[in-house]
Ligand binder design. Sequence first.
Ligand SMILES: Nc1ncnc2c1ncn2[C@@H]1O[C@H](COP(=O)(O)OP(=O)(O)O)[C@@H](O)[C@H]1O
Ligand SMILES: [Mg+2]
Length: 326
Amino acid sequence: MQRPPILRVQHLTKRFGNLTVLKRVSLDIYEGEIFGLVGASGSGKTTLLRTLIGYLAPEEGDVKFRYDYFVKRKQGKNKPLYASVYKQPRLARTLFGFGSQDPSFYKKLTVKENLMYFGSLYDLPRKALESNTDILLTLMDLKKAEDVLAGDLSGGMGRRLDIACALIHDPEILVLDEPTSDLDPLLRAHIWSLVQKINKKGTTIILASHHLSEVEAFCSRIAIIKDGKIIDVATPARLKTKYADSQEIRIQTYPGAYANIANALKQPGSRVFDIKIKGSELIIYSDQPHMVLHKLIHTLETLKEELIDIRVSRPGLDELFLRITR
Ligand SMILES: Nc1ncnc2c1ncn2[C@@H]1O[C@H](COP(=O)(O)OP(=O)(O)O)[C@@H](O)[C@H]1O
Ligand SMILES: [Mg+2]
């Protein structure tokens, strides 16, 4: 994969008034990736996507794209050329397709009319526009609905139309902001299979989501964003091993003075990362559960707590994610 990146995000800082929403964000995106941007609501995902496509201007930093994809190369030059999306807005517009979080199609136009309209914004020749429309109607399973008013589409179909509109000019990079939010699991799965199909046809994809467990199966790499800062970038497998070495011990005791148990376990050097009381359970997080169990049994004896239930498990990815980003 170590070809030069197709996109280089360099130290982006974005403010809205006094609020700094992106804090020196840097990322390299490689051709052919499905790159996931994962963060809690309000962490800056939408702002980052809008800034990296050139729609919002940053206060600091730059986003550079492979300029040589658009210009005729002189012979003998193999070095990649980069240009700023802010200095080449017209090329940036052809480079990216953007599917926003909220529908951007026109409800009073039919599915096909929407595609033709969005295509006309890119000065595509009539023939190319018609053939792209046809290819996308088929690819996105919208052929049967081509004459349906967009306002009458179901949620899943609307989402597919939005993605199709973002693809009408055949961009190198498709940027999708929470493409599966508010969809039921079956429709989500359908969107994911389409995203993979689009990717297999050669389009690089950058997408935002707030479910780590949902994107990890599909992304080549994932960046975790928290309060406008990228706190980690790794393959899903690496993220898992990095954060999933911690396990959770859930106990129930009687009479259940959990605060006292927690205090006794939270001693320095105890290998306890975190302790939570959830309903009738006390949950202890540790990377060394056997050490904690030893201490726990001793503590319960001392505090005269009777052990009613105990379970040790690896937390799911979403639980881990919440812990990383909390
Ligand atoms: N146009 C704007 N003006 C002022 N604040 C904004 C604007 N857009 C986003 N924000 C703020 O920036 C922060 C990040 O928002 P956003 O990028 O939408 O996060 P996410 O997509 O991860 O939920 C939030 O605190 C939000 O209120
Ligand atoms: Mg958002």
